[in-house]
Design a binder for this molecule. Sequence first.
Ligand SMILES: Nc1nc2c(ncn2[C@@H]2O[C@H](COP(=O)(O)OP(=O)(O)O)[C@@H](O)[C@H]2O)c(=O)[nH]1
Ligand SMILES: [Mg+2]
Length: 390
Amino acid sequence: MFFVTLASAQATSGAPSSDRPVPLLAAVLVVLALVVAALLFAYFRRKPSEPAQDAAQAALPSRASADPPQAADKPSSSHRDAASVPTSRDELKVGLSKTRAGFIARIAELLSKKQISEDLLLQLEEVLLTADIGPKTAEQIFSQVRATLSRSELKDPSAVWSVIKDESRRLLKVDSPPIDFAAHHPFVLLVIGVNGVGKTTTIGKLAAQQLAAGRKVILAAGDTFRAAAVEQLEVWGQRAGVPVVRGKEGGDPSSVIFEAIKRAQREGFDLVIADTAGRLHVKEQLMAELQKVRRVVKKADPTAPHETWLVLDATQGQNTIAQARTFKEAMEISGIVLTKLDGTAKGGVILGITHELGVPVRYIGVGEKIGDLRAFDAEDFVDVLYDRSA
Ligand SMILES: Nc1nc2c(ncn2[C@@H]2O[C@H](COP(=O)(O)OP(=O)(O)O)[C@@H](O)[C@H]2O)c(=O)[nH]1
Ligand SMILES: [Mg+2]
């Protein structure tokens, strides 16, 4: 600045034309001053705020500053997680560690004997019956052990272990084609389940995964009964970097979802994921409302919903099976998402769910972060569950 002032003072001082070098020098000084000023400006502007800005942008790719108040108590996560859709068995092993330490460890301990006695087989039956897989499924697995193995094989621990593992795999493999989100434009996915099971969290995680897979995703805030529920979905929308269609508080959930589908049709979205309410205190009302959602969705697109997923919380153990039955009576359910497997030893319930309901598990939740949702693969799941290495 000093140089600029000096130079301009000289330029305007009316120097005679014989002093040519003076204006030339002034021009050089002006250019130099501008360069120095630009460098200083760039230096001081970047230095103090750069790292914080980058981190914030990575965590919230859009509308980062518009976080609703409860954003702080939601799981911390980053958009970058979304790109690394988890597949490794080691990570799954961590997610299933509590279940592995539960009934699986007890079976392993019983079968660690060199030979198995009749008494030990009875203990095995008891372990299965008291595990969270449900009595019906426990009986199924145990009777398979007895039916498959000859008397001599029954004494062989590894043969017994193999039958339990194979039967578990068979129970988990519900015959159903894999999900093809490209089969419809837009693909409409309804997410249902009681309060607190993890619907909104799952929707956020799935939106991030699908966006990373190249799909244009839009969310519908169909849980209109609680303002907090809508805001929570918006937080997840920001995290995942996808728009959220919301209606008025206490408004009609069906019309919000209808609007979202219409907007998706107009604006070329590939996937609409609709959140719904889950109040259970008046069960009939909830079911009637979900049926209405379904009817209204059909008005927007007669082929929709293309999938309806019931979210179940693994920490609730066998209660999930009862919940699933209730929902299945009222709604067509095409898939299950089992959440919170990371926080419970009751993960064996997944066997009971697929066995008793015949509905495939599509995804499992193994944590609160954006990357903690994985596509369910019965082979991987069984291999990890029954993996006897530490
Ligand atoms: N540990 C763990 N927590 C989860 C998982 N999925 C959801 N949650 C938590 O469960 C609570 C309820 O989730 P929310 O999505 O609000 O349930 P909603 O009422 O069904 O929408 C939140 O605190 C989530 O962070 C999961 O897979 N693992
Ligand atoms: Mg919710």
